[in-house]
Every structure is written in structure tokens, then in C-alpha cells.
Design a protein around this ligand. Structure first.
Ligand SMILES: [Zn+2]
Length: 149
């Protein structure tokens, strides 16, 4: 897949008050999984194939704001999606991370790693992203979606 240079500063300019998750700006075609509490979708600027964000529907910022059950349900979804990504694209590793620098709304990153010689921070900082057509995004979404058990 074609990699292109990316400048994360582009994302840093996002208005933090305009939370894109709450504003429901997630393209329906990129939704991998959804229930009453959780939504999972393809990252708009994916550094690797199958890079997924998993967010709570309510705007909270920390896992400590969830009940134990809500947290465990969220982890269950991360587990199921990770399994589906492994089956679909067979990455060498799958990293799961929660940050909150650019978008404070609670979300986890599921990061498929295909080349373990890659610098993890380069992926995290999105030094480059893969260029995907609308069609490719749709295919990645449905491939993962179909494999979620
Ligand atoms: Zn939000």
C-alpha cells in the first residue's frame, strides 16, 4: 500500500471543543462495530492497514470515569476487533493504546504492526500514513466487520 508523508500538526489544529466523535462526524461506511455504548471505526489517517479507533459514545476523558462493567465491555470489543484484524490481515503485532492528547474523548487505538523494525513512535506520531481510496477503506471495513465474532 502506498505510504505518504503526513504532518500531525494538521491534527493538532483541530478545535478541541469540537469533538469529532460527539459531533457524529464518523463516516458511516467506516464503522467497524457499534452498540449503545461503543463505536469502532477506521482511523481517517491510518499509519498502518486496519488501524482502528474504539470510542465510548458518551463524552468522557478517562477510563476511570467508566464503571468496571463498562470498562470490561470496552475491553471485550477491543479483544474481538483485534482478533478480527489478525484474521483479516495477519499483522505481526497488535498494539492497543489509549492516549488523549489530540482528542480528549475516550478512545483506544488498535494499531496493527506489520514490520516490527518500524519505529513505534513513528507510527504513533503518524510520520506517514497509508493512502486509501474510498473503495479500499470500504473493503478494509467490511473485511474486519465480517470477522468480528
Ligand atoms: Zn466527545
Amino acid at each position: 500500500m502506498k505510504k505518504i508523508k503526513f504532518d500531525i500538526k494538521k491534527l493538532k489544529k483541530l478545535d478541541k471543543k469540537k469533538c469529532f466523535i460527539c459531533k457524529n462526524q464518523i463516516n458511516k461506511e467506516n464503522i467497524i462495530y457499534e452498540n449503545n455504548e461503543i463505536i469502532a471505526f477506521l482511523d481517517l489517517y491510518p499509519p498502518t492497514k486496519g488501524y482502528i479507533l474504539v470510542a465510548t459514545k458518551k463524552h468522557i476523558e478517562e477510563v476511570t470515569e467508566l464503571s468496571e462493567n463498562e470498562y470490561l465491555n470496552l475491553q471485550k470489543i477491543l479483544f474481538k476487533i483485534s482478533k478480527a484484524i489478525k484474521k483479516a490481515f495477519n499483522p505481526k503485532r497488535i498494539y492497543i493504546l489509549k492516549t488523549g492528547d489530540l482528542v480528549a474523548h475516550l478512545h483506544f487505538h488498535i494499531m496493527p504492526i506489520y514490520n516490527i523494525n518500524n519505529n513505534f513512535t513513528d507510527i504513533l506520531l503518524k510520520k506517514s500514513i497509508i493512502k486509501l481510496s474510498k473503495e479500499e477503506r470500504k473493503n478494509i471495513t467490511s473485511e474486519i466487520k465480517e470477522l468480528i465474532e
